[in-house]
Each structure stands twice: as C-alpha cells, then as structure tokens.
Design a protein around this ligand. Structure first.
Ligand code: ADP
Ligand code: MG
Length: 573
C-alpha cells in the first residue's frame, strides 16, 4: 500500500488535471445511474397500456444523456490518460538523463537489454497504473456503491441474491490477472531472447557462412523459437479462461435476479419498471466487480515497476560531479598509480609524466594496460595517484578534466549522422572552414570530397560505410577540431596504412608540439619521434627513454621494433 502511495506521488504536479478528470468521470457515472430510473418510468407508463406523450420525453431524455456521456467520456480520457502520458514522457526523459550521467562502471555490471526493459516495459506499467488504473478504481468504487444503493432501494432481498456470485468473480479476475501477468513477463522475456538471437546471427552472418554453420544457426534459432511458442501458448491458456469465467458468473447473477425477481414482480412487490431498472443496475455493477481484481493487479505491477526504475534512479555516479573547474594547464603526472578493474591488477605502480609542449608515447603489447591508463586519466573509473598541474584528479571536476583532454579512443565511434556533424561533435556551431581544416590535418579531406554528398554524407545504417582507416581519421579530425590542451591518441592509427600514417604524423607535427600530446601505439613507427617513450608490459613500465636509447638497451622495445621491421619487409603494413 505504501508503494502505491509513492507511485501516486508521481502525478502530484498534475493534480488539477487528475481532479478535473475524476469530476468528469463521476458526472458520467452519475448519468449512467440515472438512465435506469428513466427506463423504469418509461416501462411503468407502458404497462398502463396507453401511449402517452411522456414516452417521447423519456426517449428524448435518454438520447440527450447519451450524447452528454459520449462528450464527457472523451474529457475524462483526455484529462487522466493525458496526465499519465505526461508522467510517462517525463519519467522516460529523467531515466535517460540519469543513464547518461552514469559512469562506465555502472554499465559494466548491467545488460543493455535490462536497461531497455526498464525504459520501456516498466515505464509502460507505471503509466497504466496512473492512467487506466486510477480511472478504473474511482469508477469501480463509485459505480458499485451507487448502483448497489439503487438496487437496495428497489428491493434489498433481491440485491442479496444478485450479489452471491460476485465475490468469486472478483477473486477470479484477481487470480487470473496474476497468472496472465506472470506468463506475459515470461513471454516478453522469450521474445527478447528471440530478437537477441536474430540480432546476433545477422551481425555475425559472415562468420556463420565462413564456417558453414547455417544449419547450426537455424537449429539454434528453432530451439529459441519453440521455447517462445510454448510460452505464448501458456499465456494464451490463461487469457482464454478470462472471458468465459467472467461470463459465467455474470450470467449466474442475471439468472438469480430473473428467477427471484419474477416472483417479486408477479406478487407486485416491485413494478415491472423496477424489474427492468434492477437488471440495468446489475449490469452496471458487474464491471466494477471485475475491475476490483483487475485494478489490484495493475497497481501491483505499476508499483513493482516503479520500484525497479527507482532503484536505478537512486544510483549515484561513482565519480561525483564536483571539484575545481578552471585554471588548468594540463601537465599530467602519475605517481605510484595502481589499479584493478575487479580483482587482478591491470596497472602496477605506474610513474609517468606528460607535460605541455611535449609528445610522450606509450608502447606495449595488447593487454599491457595502455587503454586502462587513458580511462583513468579521463576519470571514467575512480583511482588514486593522478595529478593535473599538481592537483589530485579527485579534486578536479570531471567536466573540467574532459574539457581539457581531446581523446581519440581505440574503438572509433561515429554517430549515424553526417560527416560534418561527426567531426563537429561536442562543439557548438562549428564553422565549415574549421571542420575542413581539421579534416585536412587528419588527411581525410580528399576522401570526404569524393563521397556523393561530401561533408553532408550520412554515415551509419542509413548512410555509407567507411573503412576502418577512414573512420579513424574522422575521429582524429574530431579531436583536433576541439583544440584541446591535452591530446590523447589511443592506437588511433592502427587501421591506417603506414604510408598514410607517416603523412598524418608529419602534418600534425607542429600541432602536437603546441600541447601535451600522448600517443599510444603498438606500432613503433608512429612514435619514434616522441620526446619520451614508456614501454609497458603486463601493467608495468618495463623500459623508458628516447627511441635511440631504448634500441640500445636491446630489451622489449628493441624486440618490438625488430619484429615490426621484419613484418614490413615481408610486405605487411
Ligand atoms: P591495452 O590497451 O594495452 O591493450 P587494456 O588497458 O585494454 O590494454 O587492458 C589491460 C588489462 O585490463 C587487460 O588484461 C584487460 O583484459 C583488462 N581490462 C580492460 N578493460 C577491462 C574492463 N572494462 N573490465 C575488466 N578488465 C578490463
Ligand atoms: Mg588498448
């Protein structure tokens, strides 16, 4: 019950709308209660056997009331269902805003599918409770009390007979509703599995064909599909029980009234008009009896969903959005930095310096911890031992850190927008000249011009697909355009051929020297010219120095260099 009140608090800002809706609803209900009385008067005057003018009046009145009911039914829908849609819209927006605020560790422990389910199914359930759930409960309470009163007024003994079958009716709706809900969730779950399968197979179609695994893919799909089918059937079973049992109990009530009511009518204890009106009130009462069971389910579902959404909304980002904001130059120092994602350390006792006006490089095999280092400097994960201009990273606002740094991540990400928007990402109203300049610096301008729409070419699903190297160069242009005091390239040239790589680096030489540039690469050709080079292995710094000195040591760096020279000679990239 407390949960339901918490849920209801969501509509508090819209209470005027809701109140208006409820008032209109009660007017409609009230008119519905009047109609059987008009019928009674009409039938009673018919029973006299002569046609009177009052019959035309009754018919006209009922017609008029019907028009009013139709009119007002629109308005309670408009007010209350409309309010629930507003709550839904706001909740969805808050949820999205919250997700965007969260840090990578939050997304690491959650499946995207689950978050999507919260954003869709749960928010739908909340909307249902606040819209139709609210309406149905007010409607059921008012209609049942009003029609019961009218029935008792006609003849209380008959009312008792009519009520005998209703408690089981409410119970059955409640019970079946619960079952339907349970199996509906199972069915939805099955459906997600099914879509996930299809998504995976379509994304992996080349692998499936390359390994001749079409048959296996079909078999695996078939299994999931059959599982889904059996869940649908279970759901259908309970859903199909609904209508028949409702009808059964409703008809039992009708039967009771017909049987015992006839005695009363014949004996003259009630008039014929009363008899007809009684039937009408009974009809009005059946729906609330069904609604009680149904509403309880809807509210339970709504408040359970609300709890799930709330649990996510209550989570705070691990990295608090606070700290000093301005006045940073961008000299980065790491002191005894140790870090582990979960358990085994990915970085061990790292000491490094990245200073303004210098180009510093990090090399090492995959998995040696290079990208982890970038994640920590950008403060995607909490850590200790990073200083910017002598200030501990923990004391600087994360926004300030990210403003300071331009990053070209290892995994290039382009949005399904135009090339211009992709390069200008994160800059308010970037001008075309600057975008072109950045593209030229990244050696991608000429290739963009060859595309059908140039800079306005749409990328992604509905647009063109670029090669890995082209994508990387667009990502580099994006970072260059930002003109950041600190520039980090995390293996940003890995898909570019060595010839283009050389040209880009030559192009950017001066640009790099004007700031604090960190180049991470597994390819030595890209970083030879750096002022200082750190060699990493297994989360540790194993060597450091300038290119010539490192070669002379004949250690890991030397080995990597020899191997790459050999690959090049053999015609690799
Ligand atoms: P590099 O960039 O040098 O290839 P990474 O920094 O990506 O290396 O990885 C360093 C180590 O940390 C690897 O052992 C990797 O498996 C692990 N690692 C990277 N990212 C995560 C993560 N999100 N969760 C857990 N372990 C991770
Ligand atoms: Mg990496």
């Amino acid at each position: 019950m407390r949960d339901i009140f918490r849920l209801l608090r969501l509509v508090k800002p819209l209470w005027k709308r809701i109140l208006a809706g409820i008032v209109v609803l009660i007017i409609v209900d009230w008119i519905q209660i009047i109609i059987p009385r008009i019928l009674k008067a009409a039938v009673d005057s018919l029973a006299s056997g002569v046609f009177t003018k009052s019959l035309i009046y009754y018919a006209g009145l009922i017609l008029f009331l019907a028009v009013i009911i139709a009119f007002f039914r629109f308005w309670w829908r408009f007010f209350v269902i409309g309010a629930s849609r507003i709550v839904e819209r706001n909740l969805r927006e808050d949820f999205y805003r919250h997700l965007i605020e969260m840090d990578p560790p939050f997304f690491m422990k959650r499946k995207i599918g689950d978050l999507m389910a919260h954003a869709t199914n749960d928010i739908d359930a909340i909307r249902m409770a606040l819209g139709i759930g609210m309406i149905a409960s007010v409607d059921a309470v008012f209609l049942s009390i009003a029609s019961l009163t009218m029935m008792v007024k006609i003849r209380w003994q008959l009312t008792l007979y009519a009520l005998i079958p209703t408690p089981p009716l409410t119970f059955i709706t409640y019970y079946l509703g619960k079952k339907v809900h349970h199996h509906f969730e199972k069915q939805q779950e099955g459906f997600s599995l099914l879509t996930e399968k299809v998504r995976e197979f379509i994304t992996g179609i080349r692998i499936i064909k390359g390994y001749n695994q079409e048959k296996g893919a079909v078999n695996s799909f078939q299994k999931t599909n059959i599982e889904y089918y059996s869940r649908v059937i279970k759901l259908m079973k309970f859903m199909s029980l609904f209508d028949p049992s409702l009808w059964l109990f409703a008809s039992m009530s009708m039967g009771m009234v017909l049987w015992f009511g006839s005695y009363d009518a014949i004996a003259g204890r009630i008039t014929l008009g009363d008899f007809v009106a009684f039937f009408n009130y009974l009809d009005l009462m059946i729906w609330p009896m069904i609604a009680f069971g149904w509403v309880v389910n809807i509210f339970q579902r709504g408040s359970a969903s609300f709890k799930r959404v709330e649990r996510i909304m209550k989570e705070k980002p691990v990295i608090p959005k606070e700290g000093r904001k301005g006045g940073l130059k961008g000299n980065i120092v790491l002191k005894n930095l140790t870090f582990s994602y979960n358990g085994s350390p990915a970085l061990k006792d790292i000491n490094m310096e990245f200073l303004q006006g210098r180009q510093t490089a990090i090399v090492g095999l995959t998995g040696s911890g290079k990208s982890t280092l970038v994640n920590l400097i950008l403060r995607f994960y909490p850590s200790k031992g990073i200083y910017i201009d002598g200030i501990p990273l923990e004391e600087i606002h994360p926004d300030a850190v990210r403003n300071l740094i331009g990053i070209v991540p290892q995994e290039t990400f382009l949005f399904s927008e135009t090339i211009r928007e992709n390069i200008g990402f994160g800059i308010e109203e970037p001008d075309m000249e600057k975008i072109e300049w950045a593209a030229r610096m990244a050696k991608i301008h000429d290739e963009i011009m060859e595309l059908p729409d140039g800079y306005d070419t749409l990328l992604g699903e509905k647009g063109v697909n670029l090669s890995g190297g082209q994508r990387q160069r667009i990502a580099i242009a994006r970072a260059i355009l930002k003109n950041p005091p600190v520039l980090i390239l995390d293996d940003a040239l890995s898909s570019v051929d060595s010839h283009t790589e050389k040209a880009i680096l030559e192009n950017l030489k001066d640009y790099f020297r004007e700031r604090n540039t960190i180049i991470i690469s597994h390819r030595i050709s890209a970083i030879k010219e750096s002022d200082w080079i750190y060699v990493m292995d297994n989360g540790k710094i194993v060597e450091q120095g300038k290119h010539e000195d490192l070669l002379r040591k004949e250690g890991l760096y030397y080995l990597l260099y020899q191997r790459q020279k050999l690959e090049e000679a053999l015609g690799g990239e």
